[in-house]
Write a protein that binds this ligand. Structure first.
Ligand code: FES
Length: 279
């Protein structure tokens, strides 16, 4: 049994804005009956403001609640504001969704995105999301069981900070049937987080804090085990000046300790250009 918030239950029991809008200015769809859930959203837009929204869905209680709250969220907002709504906003507005049901909020987001793409006056959604789309490279189907594309998986990983294949399945359904696509999803996660780690540039102040932390919490405790210790004396760019203490001080292997352990640890964790010297 899933653990639903009161708001999810309330929206499921009393869904708002069910139905269709004749002469809607934007209509969007997501999901498919073959995959078990489908959602169609209709928007009425006047002078760039959403004045009405309705939905039709075939899906579980979470899909109904996500669609219902989404219509409430968009009514009264400008198109620009609506473009910024993410699946996480939908889930948050519901007071959260069980992890296994997060794909319902993603379906709401995708239907909304589809509607905005089809909006007559739509001009710049691609520009707005260009930054987020850097990692994307064409629409390729990753999961044939649930018709989930590569771009949908990139979106879910990035917007929700997904870290495991299981989480991707919860948010997109990809991987939830035959499982053949799981290795591709795993590769996508590895690629995403490798790239993110490479792009993480520390400010000088962050670097000093990180070096200090690693010396205190990782390096020093290891040396203390053998009766030694280490003190950070100064940092100048990538040059880290330290003093070995206790048994480490004057030990014939101190150079090895400094280079093979202290410097190696800091290079791996902070910056490959770090050089450690004893003063
Ligand atoms: S191809 Fe993804 S679960 Fe079958």
């Amino acid at each position: 049994m899933w653990d639903y918030s009161e708001k999810v239950i309330e929206h499921y029991r009393n869904p708002r804005n069910v139905g269709k809008i004749d002469n809607a200015d934007a209509v969007g769809e997501a999901g498919s009956l073959a995959c078990g859930d489908t959602l169609k959203i209709y928007l009425k837009i006047d002078n760039g403001v959403v004045t009405d929204a309705k939905f039709q869905t075939f899906g579980c209680g979470s899909a109904v609640a996500s669609s219902s709250i989404l219509t409430e969220m968009v009514i009264g907002k400008t198109v620009e504001e609506v473009k910024k709504i993410t699946n996480k906003d939908i889930a948050d507005e519901l007071g959260g969704l069980p992890p296994e049901k997060m794909h319902c909020s993603v379906m709401g987001y995708e239907a909304l995105e589809d509607a905005l793409k089809n909006y007559d006056n739509y001009t710049d959604l691609d520009d707005l999301r260009n930054e987020e789309n850097k990692l994307k490279s064409g629409e390729q189907l990753v999961c044939t069981c649930f018709n989930v594309t590569e771009n949908q998986i990139w979106d879910a990983i990035k917007s929700n900070g997904l870290k495991t294949v299981e989480e991707v399945t919860n948010y997109t359904k990809a991987g939830g049937a035959c499982g053949k696509c799981k290795s591709v999803i795993k590769d996508m996660l590895d690629t995403y987080y490798k790239k993110e780690a490479e792009e993480q540039v520390l400010t000088p102040a962050q670097k000093v804090i990180k070096i200090n932390n690693i010396i205190e919490k990782q390096i020093s405790p290891e040396l203390v085990k053998d009766g030694g210790d280490i003190t950070l004396v100064d940092i100048d760019g990538n040059k880290v000046m330290v003093k070995l203490r206790g048994k480490c001080s004057g030990c014939k292997n101190s150079h090895l300790t400094l280079k093979a352990f202290v410097e190696r640890t800091l290079k791996d964790a902070v910056d490959k250009n770090i050089e450690v010297v004893e003063v």
